[in-house]
Design a protein. Structure first.
Length: 484
């Protein structure tokens, strides 16, 4: 039988997916689309991995790892490990721990570039087309990309798409009263240009970013002043965890100015001057402005394409990352969801699963784990103690001090705790907080319990290694056997 005789012929067209931004959300969206057989084009102006890999998460956590190593050397004497060299007189002299910040920054930026190249190679192997340039929407199904070299991109490419995933991220918020110059007044993107540890770093903002960098640079040997506009550092986090971190900060020699707000930051001949709203003046060598971020959503055609934005400029999305336009999705810090790299990755995957008709589980924010990379770290998941106390969730709280754990004693840990929240009556684990070294790893069993609705008794029956810090989790669960 000839073709076209007696029966119609239909050709199934390949789904075209365009992704704006190659950060965690965009990367996962592009990779997932390619794995599901879509024709994928990824537009990224800086490099695959975006700011998260190149200037934010990867370099900052690499810097923090170096700070942890420096702190460990400094505290080794508590464990009986002492460092001495022989002086000219033959007597033992304790050497000074120093940090070559220029070498540290070169290493962490090299790690970031390598991570970016690895991610790019994986996309290329998967068949993703990558366009280096600035993309904007020209309607809900068309992307215009300005390409070329240099600051002014004069060449243009057009991408037709059945689905667009916007994952353009966010940038540090800049204040007119504290204009960053990249030398003395800095954003978190500009810190890695420093060639030596600041003599006195003033950090404006005590949220996650401010607390992490304040902790790191204090461990690296800088004098640090942390300016917090709230009653304590880490406002909005678990109150007990924030209290531990502030105690560690002050005990380590950091100056924490609570209930203080910076009015302006000025550069002086040899440093910076920060004027507070109450008239006080703080002088230092450098100032880090950690006052939040703004989404990179301006001027890329979103509103013209019918995509609704919040007053803050964030893209409004639902739990499958879909925007007000059915063919447009958004993932990561440019959306009004939770600004975490892990959430961005999940949003990117979820968006493509949904767009291509695959099975999808809407993202449940209460199951998301988050971590603050101070020393010690603070990890959380699920409902908070405040929500329980306010009656938003029904539950009981149990807190186990970490220094009572045998492994913690061996490691010389003096601060930290494991806190579990369980549903009243059923004993189902609904949340938890861990304050400890590597809390980002220790939170996982609690997150699994929350995700799969395990009870404290089920969590307690798991065999933890003895001795181990994870044993504090099973000990806390065992103590909650009777949940009233």
């Amino acid at each position: 039988m000839r073709l076209n005789e007696g029966m119609p012929i239909s050709f199934e067209r390949t789904h075209k997916l365009a992704v704006l931004g190659g950060g965690p959300g965009g990367y996962e969206a592009a990779l997932t689309g390619a794995q599901l057989g879509a024709e994928v084009t990824l537009v990224e102006r800086a490099g695959v991995g975006g700011a998260a890999v190149l200037t934010d998460v990867v370099p900052s956590k690499s810097l923090i790892a170096t700070a942890e190593a420096a702190l460990s050397v400094g505290e080794a004497a508590d464990l009986g490990v002492q460092f001495f060299v022989r002086g000219e007189s033959g007597r033992a002299v304790r050497p000074q721990v120093t940090v070559n910040l220029e070498a540290v920054n070169q290493r962490l930026l090299s790690l970031a570039r390598q991570q970016s190249e690895d991610m790019k190679a994986q996309l290329v192997r998967a068949g993703v087309r990558i366009l280096a340039g600035d993309g904007r929407l020209d309607g809900p199904g068309r992307v215009v990309v300005s390409t070329g070299h240099g600051k002014k991109r004069t060449d243009f490419d057009e991408v037709e798409a059945d689905t667009v995933v916007v994952a353009v991220g966010a940038s540090p918020r800049e204040l007119a009263s504290a204009p960053p110059d990249g030398e003395r007044i800095l954003t978190w993107k500009q810190l890695y240009a420093l060639d030596s540890v600041p003599e006195h770093l003033i950090v404006v903002g005590s949220g996650v970013t401010g607390a992490e960098f304040a902790s790191a640079y204090r461990a690296l040997g800088a004098e640090v002043t942390l300016i917090s506009s709230r009653d304590q550092v880490l406002p909005g986090e678990d109150a007990d965890a924030a209290a531990v971190i502030e105690k560690v900060f002050t005990r380590g020699g950091m100056h924490v100015l609570s209930k203080s707000r910076a009015e302006k930051v000025e550069r002086t001949d040899d440093g910076v001057r920060v004027t507070l709203t109450d008239g006080r003046v703080v002088e230092g060598s450098h100032c880090l402005m950690a006052v939040g971020s703004i989404p990179n959503t301006a001027g890329i055609g979103l509103e013209e394409a019918g995509v609704q934005l919040a007053d803050s400029g964030h893209i409004r999305v639902n739990r499958v990352a879909r925007t007000s336009m059915p063919s447009v999705y958004a993932a990561g810090d440019c959306s009004d969801f939770l600004p975490l790299a892990s959430v961005a990755s999940m949003q990117g995957r979820t968006a493509v699963f949904h767009a291509l008709g695959d099975a999808v589980n809407p993202t449940e924010l209460r199951n998301v784990t988050s971590n603050i990379f101070t020393q010690p770290e603070v990890a959380t998941v699920g409902w908070s103690q405040k929500q329980i106390e306010d009656g938003v969730a029904q539950g009981v709280v149990y807190k186990l001090p970490l220094p009572t754990n045998p492994r913690a004693k061996m490691l010389g840990l003096k601060e930290g705790f494991v806190k579990l929240f369980a549903r009243t009556g059923s004993g189902t684990v609904i949340g938890g907080v861990v304050v400890a070294p590597r809390a980002s790893d220790l939170i996982l069993p609690i997150a699994l319990a929350v995700e799969h609705r395990l009870t404290v008794d089920q969590l307690a029956t798991a065999f933890s290694v003895y001795p181990s810090l994870s044993g504090a989790i099973t000990d806390a669960a065992r103590a909650m056997h009777i949940v009233e």
